[in-house]
Design a protein around this ligand. Structure first.
Ligand code: BTN
Length: 260
């Protein structure tokens, strides 16, 4: 479906996506990108595939996507950031994608903590950020993005929770064009983010979240915590007022209490 030449020809970026490894089918673009990064691949390198045989989601879940219909790619970044800002990187990716979807598809996105994007309450994009630290410093981060583009049907059990741009808009999207737009949007935001300035990203993310001030259930493995969301900590943690005390969480699945 994609060819390297075609993608790079359409890009308007300086760095992001300029080196791109294109595959028909691989296990996981994140796994490949990690391998390339560990061997020294430069910032902005992208691994993209039409199909993944072992696409990975958060908490070791499987990321399922029909072959040839969606965007499945991983971007390598190497920002020089203090460790307390690394947890903010997923917000950069989420905002970059949300802005692109809003521009290209004309639909409003919701950012769901920590790094999902929803359209009309259903998930259309998941982000898997994986990082490598060396001598107390970030060596590289892999931004893995699974965006449901032209897939119309989802497996049983997911239909109520997953959607695609094409389901939301009733038309098909050019995946190459969408990919190039995402690269541009991410590169633009990255100019601030790579300098440690997340002000813009966090403002845009907060403008698209719906959980502040609301009662939530947070599921972390077998643990379920209930509370009211007070806000976002400066390092990206979710600040929750629980029955006993105020706590900050860094992972988990959030459900609004009135949605349970
Ligand atoms: C999640 O919502 O749990 C994150 C899903 C991330 C899926 C993408 S698809 C491209 C990249 N390669 C992977 O194996 N995972 C990410």
């Amino acid at each position: 479906m994609y060819s390297e030449e075609e993608l790079t020809h359409r890009l308007t970026t300086q760095v992001f996506g300029r080196t791109v490894f294109v595959y028909d089918s691989i296990d996981s673009t994140n796994t490949y990108a990690k391998d390339f990064a560990a061997k020294g691949a430069g910032e902005g390198t992208v691994v993209i595939a039409d199909h993944q045989t072992a696409g990975r989601g958060r908490f070791g879940r499987i990321w399922q996507a029909e072959s040839g219909l969606n965007l499945l790619f991983s971007l390598i970044i190497r920002p020089t950031l203090s460790m307390n800002k690394i947890g903010l990187l997923p917000f950069f990716a989420a905002v970059g994608i949300a802005l692109t979807i809003e521009n290209v598809a004309g639909i409003k996105c919701e950012c769901k903590w920590p790094n999902d994007i929803l359209c009309q309450g259903k998930k259309c994009c998941g982000i898997l950020m994986e990082s490598a630290v060396q001598k107390g410093k970030l060596d590289y981060a892999i931004v893995g993005i699974g965006l449901n583009v032209n897939q119309r049907n989802f497996i049983d059990g997911l239909n109520n929770r997953a959607t695609s741009l094409s389901n939301e808009c009733g038309k098909e999207f050019d995946r190459k064009e969408l990919f190039c737009q995402i690269m541009s949007s991410l590169e633009l935001l990255y100019q601030q983010v790579s300098k440690g300035d997340f002000t813009n990203v966090i403002r845009e993310w907060k403008a698209r979240t719906t959980i502040f001030g609301k009662g939530i259930k947070l599921t972390i493995a077998d643990d379920v915590i209930q509370g009211v969301v007070l806000g976002l900590a400066s390092d990206g943690g979710l600040v929750v007022e629980t029955k006993s005390r105020q706590r900050v969480f860094y992972a988990g699945d959030v459900t609004l209490i009135n949605e349970i």
